[in-house]
Design a protein around this ligand. Structure first.
Ligand SMILES: *[C@@H]1O[C@H](CO)[C@@H](O)[C@H](O)[C@H]1NC(C)=O
Ligand SMILES: *[C@@H]1O[C@H](CO)[C@@H](O)[C@H](O)[C@H]1NC(C)=O
Ligand SMILES: *[C@@H]1O[C@H](CO)[C@@H](O)[C@H](O)[C@H]1NC(C)=O
Ligand SMILES: *[C@@H]1O[C@H](CO)[C@@H](O)[C@H](O)[C@H]1NC(C)=O
Ligand SMILES: *[C@@H]1O[C@H](CO)[C@@H](O)[C@H](O)[C@H]1NC(C)=O
Ligand SMILES: *[C@@H]1O[C@H](CO)[C@@H](O)[C@H](O)[C@H]1NC(C)=O
Ligand SMILES: *[C@@H]1O[C@H](CO)[C@@H](O)[C@H](O)[C@H]1NC(C)=O
Ligand SMILES: *[C@@H]1O[C@H](CO)[C@@H](O)[C@H](O)[C@H]1NC(C)=O
Ligand SMILES: *[C@@H]1O[C@H](CO)[C@@H](O)[C@H](O)[C@H]1NC(C)=O
Ligand SMILES: *[C@H]1O[C@H](CO)[C@@H](O)[C@H](O)[C@@H]1NC(C)=O
Length: 830
């Protein structure tokens, strides 16, 4: 069984890093991690105690209505302390099951004078912000009731230490009561939850069925809770607002209240001379397994030992990334390291905890969601924690084997909603091209991505792709498609077409690297399908009638190949009217505008640029997208657009744009995140942007900009080699952010991108900075790879012109195109 091995692994992990932790130079990376960044204003991060990828995540839960990751610093009170959470959530709050709540005593000694229901006990959960402390692996808070709550974790178990005042609210000596409620953050508990308390030991066990927060289905979670530190006075169960020590077992209905009827167990103690320790573990398998996790991971109730081990686990994960603090504001370091920290909260390692199928493969959950994670979070971990990424990918492939498809989103053992394409394809390609091995069966991985491209699921709400017949027959997803084979929300035809195109490109690259030439050709061909929705004569006019001056946008198309229409600015950051998410009244672009999706051709920027009239016009468009606030950095599709200037031979503008967003949109305060962190997506954006190497995910490409620090060292966990980026002429005021020249391992380096061998082989990149844009990285041979050709554009333009007059129904001004071509050639000095 998994119980013992997993406990041993975690103990081992906790012991080894002690060595790493002894930083010769006294640089302790953990001093720069602030888990509270994003704990208010909708960041919805999980700010509590977790191990890297840990299943146990302990924190105080507040009553905030912000779909929070448990705790918030927004003035709402605490109504429980629970041990399972997700981070950066958007849809609805996730997990937060089986909350504990402490009272110093029940007035008059009567348990019925303690408040059991969640809504009422929030009256006893007020707190002052200054009492909150969050560090990697540890969280603490003091409630207005003077109860001090500290918490730390192992992989599956949380250890809470409650310190009580000597007198209760009625002035009588403390006789603490701790209750445990059969609830979760979103009040999703279903029928027939149950709980039992052992009269002698006070051990509470139980289980309940809950709903996942952004998907279908349900899950059953079990728990096991033990106490230490004081003698037990009595114990029992509660139902609604009444409790009794005479009853030890409860099975409770969801009831007809519209919210689950409060129910759970309590344990009361004779005194509060010492702090009371509460150890609670969960399992998706059984209460017995939860108890076994708890006993093996925290046999001794030793809070300090567990907290130290958690701290060391984080220090070990984070120490390989070292930046020079020289000259920079401390908040820059906090921004950077806190971002990195948040990349390792989710996905969660539920290996040994998957009741759905039996397998010896790892099982990771809380891919919440891959649409967010593929862009920079998983690529970040590919550099810093390739072994973990290998386990995640094995888990994705095992999910394909057992469920039939790769997930696009997955939480709490259930399928989550697909937002666009089958973006696990991008994740697999990214890892494959970067040489991630770690026991991955890549033949099965390849079969999984091909299935996404070839087989339409009956229900494509939550896996695979919809509209495959039209995709293959027409080369795009039509608006108002006719699809009788599979069913899902028939919206997002533009963003799905763009994402499917890129998914196919990712498959083609895997095929190419595996020597499957015919497949490679086939998927390269379909990766060009995005072009079929480009309406060359489409203008873009603001709602007040002002013309943006740009022509040529993606537009929806019907089955009969005629054009539909969506204002290219709708669903942008400035459109608060349109419905743009997964609603069935949604638009043809998901959570973003045609303007922004207009850049989502990560594999063929050269051809896109040609269609946009050449690099100058492409750059003007990118500037307009950012400067007019059409895009919003708080949602993931914006990430790559910050750096796409590289493809137009203007890497300096990417650098400038990175500084435009950081720190002004990302500050180190609880309200400092511009949107939901979406697991650690925002965190990874900050980390990559500040490190100066931004990935084009799904390709072995990192776009080079100067790091925000004088020096960045990243030691590869497998090869042990240290990659180094050094800024010469570094200026902590960030006026010198333009690369004048570069060397790679001492040789002049003109390309504005680099590949993954930089990290695995520990290369050294030295960037010489200046105040002005330079010629560095601007020549065609310096540009990142693109499927179509840069510069030599005449042929393509003619094709566009011909297609423009033919099947496209729109005219393109070929004389203007010719002028753009000439300016392109001049600019690129090809
Ligand atoms: C995931 O959990 C399993 C079982 O506890 C463990 O063997 C493995 O090392 C963990 N993986 C990571 C990346 O932490
Ligand atoms: C808790 O105490 C703080 C200050 O100590 C106070 O501002 C706040 O109003 C109190 N909250 C409640 C719910 O009593
Ligand atoms: C809950 O238990 C009752 C009584 O045993 C049973 O009738 C009912 O079907 C159960 N509900 C569910 C959802 O299992
Ligand atoms: C990076 O590594 C180099 C070479 O080992 C070392 O000289 C330098 O001090 C390191 N920089 C940081 C910030 O750790
Ligand atoms: C119309 O709106 C755009 C975008 O907000 C703005 O840039 C422009 O100045 C406005 N034009 C007029 C005439 O108000
Ligand atoms: C094409 O289909 C659309 C949507 O059904 C319809 O409005 C339009 O009239 C059709 N055009 C032609 C030429 O058939
Ligand atoms: C597009 O967005 C604008 C601004 O919110 C809104 O007024 C308009 O109705 C939207 N158009 C459609 C078709 O939704
Ligand atoms: C864009 O938004 C920022 C703040 O979010 C604001 O300062 C700026 O004026 C806006 N620009 C335009 C053109 O609306
Ligand atoms: C660099 O830019 C500054 C300010 O934009 C300008 O005054 C200066 O002349 C430029 N230097 C060179 C060498 O182009
Ligand atoms: C914490 O405390 C107040 C009042 O309780 C809240 O309304 C604030 O927003 C606050 N949060 C922060 C981050 O200061």
């Amino acid at each position: 069984m998994v119980v013992l091995p997993s406990a041993f692994c975690w103990l081992a992990l906790a012991l080894v890093p002690k060595v790493v932790a002894q930083q010769e130079d006294g640089f302790d990376v953990l001093q720069y991690v602030d888990p509270l960044i994003g704990a208010s204003n909708g960041g919805n991060v999980f700010p509590g105690a977790s191990l890297p990828y840990g299943m146990a995540k302990a924190v105080a839960d507040t009553t905030s209505g912000s779909n929070q990751g448990g705790f918030t610093l927004d003035g709402t009170p605490v109504n429980g302390f629970s041990t399972m959470h997700d981070s950066g959530t958007g849809g609805s709050p996730s997990l937060g099951n089986f909350a504990l709540f402490p009272y110093t005593n029940c007035p008059g000694g009567d348990v019925n004078n303690c408040a059991f229901p969640k809504r009422i006990r929030a009256n006893f959960g007020g707190f002052n912000n200054v009492t909150v402390s969050a560090k990697p692996g540890i969280f603490s808070i003091t409630l207005n009731t003077s109860i001090h709550a500290e918490m730390t974790v192992t992989q599956h178990a949380s250890l809470f230490r409650f310190t009580f005042p000597t007198l209760g609210s009625d002035g009588q000596p403390a006789q603490p009561l701790i209750l445990q409620d059969l609830t979760d953050l979103s009040n999703s508990r279903q029928d027939n939850a149950s709980v039992s308390v052992d009269a002698t030991t006070g051990r509470i066990t139980g289980n309940a069925r809950f709903l996942p927060s952004f998907g279908g289905g349900n899950y059953v979670l079990y728990f096991c809770t033990d106490f230490s530190g004081a003698e037990i006075l009595d114990n029992g169960i509660f139902a609604d607002s009444r409790a009794s020590a005479a009853v030890k077992d409860l099975t409770i209905s969801r009831s007809i209240n519209g919210y689950p009827l409060p129910g759970g167990a309590f344990v009361r103690f004779k005194s509060a001379v010492e702090p009371i320790l509460v150890r609670t573990a969960t399992s998706f398998i059984s209460s017995a397994q939860a108890c076994s996790h708890a006993e093996s991971e925290i046999p001794d109730f030793d809070y300090d030992r567990v907290a130290d081990a958690a701290t060391e686990a984080w220090r070990a994960k984070m120490s390989p990334i070292k930046v020079s603090p020289n000259g920079v504001d401390g908040s820059m370091l906090v921004n950077f390291y806190s971002g990195i920290y948040r990349t390792m909260i989710n996905p969660q390692n539920y290996t040994g905890e998957n009741p759905l199928w039996s397998s010896s493969e790892p099982y990771f959950d809380s891919f919440y969601c891959i649409w967010d994670l593929f862009r920079s979070q998983l690529p970040f971990l590919t550099i810093t924690d390739p072994l973990a990424v290998a386990e995640m990918i094995r888990s994705l492939i095992d999910t394909y084997r057992n469920v039939g498809w790769l997930p696009d989103c997955r939480m709490s053992l259930n399928k989550g909603y697909t937002q666009g394409g089958s973006n696990a394809d991008n994740v697999l390609a990214d890892a494959y091209l970067k040489g991630i091995k770690g026991g991955i069966n890549w033949d099965d991985g390849y079969a999984a991505v091909v299935k996404d491209a070839e087989v339409e699921p009956y229900d494509w709400c939550c896996e695979g792709r919809g509209g495959l017949d039209s995709w293959k027959a027409l080369g795009y997803i039509p608006v108002q498609d006719f699809d009788y084979k599979g069913f899902g929300t028939m919206t997002r035809s533009i963003s799905r077409t763009l994402e499917y195109s890129y998914n196919d490109f990712c498959i083609s690259q895997m095929a190419g690297a595996m020597g499957k030439t015919a497949d490679k050709e086939k998927y390269i061909e379909s990766s060009g399908n995005w072009q079929n929705l480009f309406k060359a004569d489409q203008p873009s006019v603001w709602w007040n009638g002002t013309d943006t001056g740009f022509v040529g946008f993606f537009e929806p198309r019907f089955l009969n190949r005629t054009w539909g229409y969506q204002n290219p600015l709708n669903c942008s950051n400035l459109d608060s009217f349109s419905v743009c998410s997964l609603q069935n009244t949604g638009r043809e672009t998901f959570e973003s505008s045609i303007w922004e999706y207009g850049f989502f051709v990560p594999h063929d920027q050269a051809t896109l640029m040609t269609m946009y009239g050449g690099p100058e016009s492409f750059v003007r468009r990118l500037n307009y997208l950012h400067d007019q606030n059409i895009t919003y950095i708080g949602n993931e599709p914006a990430f790559l657009t910050v750096f796409q200037y590289h493809y137009a031979g203007r890497p300096a503008l990417s650098a400038r744009r990175a500084h435009f967003y950081i720190p002004s949109f990302f500050s180190t305060t609880p309200d400092g995140l511009p949107g939901n962190d979406d697991s650690g997506a925002m965190g990874s954006f900050v980390a990559f942007a500040m490190m100066g190497l931004f990935p084009n995910p799904g390709q072995d490409v990192y776009l080079i900009t100067p790091p925000f620090f004088e020096e960045v060292n990243i030691t590869h966990p497998l090869t042990g080699k240290t990659a180094r980026v050094k800024n010469v002429g570094f200026d902590a005021k960030y006026a010198n952010v333009y690369i004048q020249s570069a060397t790679l391992d001492g040789e002049a380096y003109g390309k504005n991108w680099i590949d993954h061998s930089f990290f695995t082989e520990g290369k050294e990149l030295v960037l010489t900075l200046g105040r002005n844009e330079s010629a560095w990285g601007t020549r065609v041979e310096d540009l990142p790879p693109s499927l179509g050709r840069y510069g030599g554009l005449m042929g393509r333009l003619c094709i566009i012109c011909i297609r423009g007059w033919g099947g496209w129904g729109g005219a393109i001004d070929c004389s203007k195109a010719f002028i753009d071509l000439v300016s392109t050639c001049l600019f690129l000095r090809a």
